[in-house]
Design a protein around this ligand. Sequence first.
Ligand SMILES: Cc1ncc(COP(=O)(O)O)c(C=O)c1O
Length: 316
Amino acid sequence: MAEAEVGDDRYGEDPTVRRLQEYFAEIVGKEDAIYVPSGTMANQVALRTWTKPGSVVVAGRNQHLVQFERAGAAKNSSIQFALVNDRTGELDPSEVESELALQSYFGLEVSLVCFENTHMHSGGTPWSIGGLQEIRRISAGIPVHMDGARLFNAVASQGVEPSEITKYVDTVMSCVSKGLSAPVGSLLAGPSDFIDHAKVERQILGGQMRQAGIIAAAGLVALKEMRERLPEDHYHATLLAGAISDRYPTCGLQPENVRTNIVIFEHPDPASFISYLKSQGVLAGTISPTHVRLVTHSDVSFESIELAMKIITSAP
Ligand SMILES: Cc1ncc(COP(=O)(O)O)c(C=O)c1O
């Protein structure tokens, strides 16, 4: 980062940002990409670029874009969501089909179909290739956006090239922070005319940066070097899941379903459990009033996981 070559990205003159955007676009098989400060902004820019006020976006009920972006979709894009079941991680194809039929019956325009891969709320679940093909088929003629904040966890879990997943969507956003360990930054990729328009929307949302090569340099390390170690995080998550299901056999967690770096389970008293873990040096969070979330990443070693397992096993 200290040695990054920089320029004014307002004028597209930061060589490091350009390299990051070009590299991301290349690996996800899209024409172009833009760098933005956060995953939330990437989703919000995508919405503003694809949609117009009063149009409908079909999305999963538990997606980040729906539940965790402070109703930004309504404020920034004035869209209306048609929400479908995504309990397993994938959008229920029959519900998507009936929503599309229903919205057209009401004379409303569906401007986008949007889903999340991996799907955080269901426990970091990667979409099956069959599921991607089905959603692409059903959405014929409607743009499809993938919130791939953790796309590379899906890639690592399925052992495929990123483009094998992204070829089924028109646009994809992905974070170089989170499991890929850069301190900041996300990318949004798609057709070049879409990205030209997205640059305007990024500016409107205040995401246009200047000498951003300093942070983009970390993004390049994230995409080039950190991807290959993600299976380690996935293995650690399965170990944690085993300890949790031993300690709480009725918590609804099936360790064999933990396929990436997120472990989510029901707990009768999440606040006390989390504060007990914290007192022992293990940090956890919640995703709802009833569900606890643990995430593994590059700063958590195998030894730390072993220790966390012991602490979980002896939780009161
Ligand atoms: C699936 C998903 N999408 C988007 C985001 C937003 O990313 P950021 O925190 O960089 O805004 C997150 C963050 O946790 C996420 O889990």
